[in-house]
Design a binder for this molecule. Structure first.
Ligand SMILES: [Zn+2]
Length: 295
């Protein structure tokens, strides 16, 4: 572990006490572009191997049913076979804030249900993750939340994320171009960001709640996430993470304030608490890497 990270963790008082992390994975069965020769099932199986290796007993998968190959999508089958639950992420990943109407968005939620229910076979699948963490504004926000509650849903919150989605398509392009130097650079950049974000989340939790709250990690079922996941889980463990189920993490009273985006930022804004300054990450325009016209 880097010395500055160790110092930050020590300052946050978590180096020895440890902290709980629930793992959630969005956009099953398909997130972003794939590198040549890699299948959706390869990506999912790499995730499942990493969960086994690092003792993640529950990784909650959130499904966009429209992306499924068929009712018996191999990714969803593999996820369930490994014992991990599935929840609803809306049929077509419709963003509530940008949806044409509340009714259209509600129809997208309902359309996402049968496939998840089928694969969960009587187990509790009534968890919803808002696409893009967009919960809407004003009346639409309140009506949408009431709608979810009327259908028996709990909302899966987020308090830790590493922007893995920013790397997915660039990784696929660079692999296709055979640009391994770019892959090495983006991987190093991502993992430095992971270190910074873990330390930052712990420091922010301390600042906002006076303690380390259980964290809910948001990650995506993409090819880049798959190859970096062992390193990510290893870094979390080194920082003191214990992997727990989503329901256990969200049983903490910190998860009482509903809203969009990330929980700790939202709470800080509501309480007018100043968050600790972020350690600056080095700048790398990942989204432009290996793009047409660039080198
Ligand atoms: Zn998503």
């Amino acid at each position: 572990m880097k010395a500055w990270l160790a110092a930050l963790l020590l300052a946050a008082g978590t180096a020895h006490a440890g902290f709980d992390v629930a793992v959630t994975v969005d956009d099953l069965p398909a997130h972003g572009q794939l590198p040549p020769g890699v299948t959706r099932l390869d990506v999912a199986e790499a995730h499942l191997r990493a969960f086994r290796q690092f003792g993640v007993g529950e990784a909650f998968g959130f499904v966009n049913a429209r992306k499924a190959e068929s009712e018996s999508d191999p990714v969803l089958i593999a996820w369930r076979k490994a014992g991990h639950p599935l929840g609803n992420h809306a049929y077509s990943h419709m963003n509530l804030g940008r949806a044409e109407s509340l009714a259209a968005w509600e129809a997208d939620v309902v359309a996402g249900e049968p496939l998840v229910e089928k694969h969960m076979q009587g187990a509790d699948w009534k968890w919803f993750r808002y696409p893009n963490l967009s919960v809407g504004d004003g009346e639409r926000r309140d009506a949408a939340l009431a709608f979810l509650k009327s259908r028996g849903y709990r909302v899966a919150d987020v308090s830790l994320a590493f922007s893995d989605w920013d790397y997915t398509d660039a990784y696929a392009r660079c692999k296709a171009a055979g640009n391994e130097a770019a892959v090495v650079a983006m991987t190093a950049h991502y993992l430095r960001g992971v270190d910074i974000s873990i330390a930052q989340a712990l420091a922010e939790s301390k600042a906002v709640y006076g303690r380390t709250i259980p964290l809910v990690l948001l990650t995506h079922v993409g090819a880049f996430s798959a190859v970096t996941l062992p390193e990510v889980l290893s870094r979390l463990k080194a920082a003191g993470a214990r992997f727990v189920p989503l329901a256990q993490a969200q049983a903490d009273p910190a998860y009482g304030r509903f809203g969009g985006g990330s929980l700790i930022t939202r709470e800080a804004r509501a309480q007018n608490t100043k968050l600790p300054a972020r350690v600056a990450a080095d700048v790398l325009d990942v989204k432009a890497m290996c793009a047409a016209g660039s080198r």
